[in-house]
Design a protein around this ligand. Sequence first.
Ligand code: XMP
Length: 530
Amino acid sequence: MLQSLPMINKNTGSETDNMEESIPKILIVDLGSQYTQVIARSLRELGYRSAILTDKRAEQWLTLHRPEAIILSGGHASVSDFEAPKPPTNVWEQDLPVLGICYGMQYMVQHFGGLVKHKRGHAEYGPASINVDDSDGLFISLDKREKVWASHGDTVQELPEGFKAIAGSDAYQNAAISNEERKLWGVQFHPEVSHTPNGKKILKNFIASIANIKEDWEPVDIIEQIQRETREGFSDKKTIIGFSGGVDSTTLTAILAPVLAKNLLAVCIDAGQFRLNELEQIQNTINAIGVQLKIIDAEEELLEKLKGITDAQKKRSVFREVYKAAFDKSIAEFGAEIIAQGSLATDFIESGAIGGGEVIKTHHNIGLDFVSEERHPFRNLFKYEVRALAKEIGLPDYLVSREPFPGPGLILRVVGADVSKERLDIVRFADKTVRDILEKHDLLNAETLSQLVVYMLAGSPVVGVKGDARVYDAPIVVRALKTVDFMTGDGVQFPAELRLEMTLTLTKHPHISRVLFDETPKPPATTEPE
Ligand code: XMP
């Protein structure tokens, strides 16, 4: 089912732009979690709108509006940190059901006089099993033992008066708590992520059964909405779209093309980051959509600027610089007043641009401050939602299910040493080799993996022997992730024979003498090595 997702209001942070006439009944106080947007998305999928506000804005908002339930998000701080975000005190004065998630629960415990213990490292990380008290309203129609996703260092040691534990994990007693009289609930785990299989049921129990809120979100046709906004907003203006041939930019181009016609120019920056044969595919895709494409060659410039740079964030900023300069030039040449990009919610969240979370990685096309007006129609969408749009608009299957590929591409996959043309070529070879093997075994599909990431530990060469001679080459790492939304995911474990086939085929290359497999889930790893 398609979801129409309103733009986040830059001033209030709320999702209320398109709906001034009716205020969301659920307030999410963002305490700095990577998953805050995911809570809002899960609520939309359940049929509810919500407003996301930072702690400070929430205080003011609560003086003007009365929601019907409040959710306190998780966060990366520790409740005892001096600068830790604090839910405003008027949250507790509303006599409304409040659900604290992870940090939100810990804050609740501390606020009401319980004890939160700060631990170095992580108390629980990743999948956990909990025993739940299914007589509590939060856990209605759940099993007595449930799988959940947890990620926390601090733990609740003592509950405040009036609270009781309603779930416990093997490692940890207070996995969920409640104080029914004061209408307060808390969960130490994350019900909003897809790795908590019954997480949506828990959120639904809180919203529908405990808070008794009626559904107020009707999914509408987002393609129609974007086209209408484009028609009314800027169809007469020249527009440039950043085009990488991936599902996001291709889908957005296909949506905008019929409205903008000749006013739309797709621009692709080729800075040496692409995989083998990728530029040809890009050209074929754009021809099929019928939009003019300009490819700008910036490889030499980028590689020159990357010399001596190994730090991941610095590499990203150099890529951003080259990317922006190339775009600025095309904007001037085409006379574009608008620049459209297919950036997703994940990109904004990880860049720290929305959600109040930490900067995980600065994405190449976020916050570039172009001279022309920027439009990001997909800024509240997650990958699987864009795939639904791609299907809806009739893009061919191979594009609908196309794996994501990061803007800076293979630049991010040469780790720990200079990015040179030679190293990029080795990674290009390795990527193609692994892809061909997976394809041969019919495993290069969305059922097996969501993204394949083949990278080089360029800064850590190891000794090997080839043709009786000593070699000293950087290891190649093969990683595949299976995920729904790229916020969390599992490392794919390939069968032993397949791993051996990949290893033997890859090491035929004169500069590959060792192959490693990276099966780490996200978190703690991310999809990309940088
Ligand atoms: P991570 O590594 O953060 O990746 O788990 C999540 C998704 O985002 C892609 N990614 C990027 N895409 N610019 C992009 O356009 C970037 O800088 C970037 N970093 C990661 C990654 O490939 C995955 O699909």
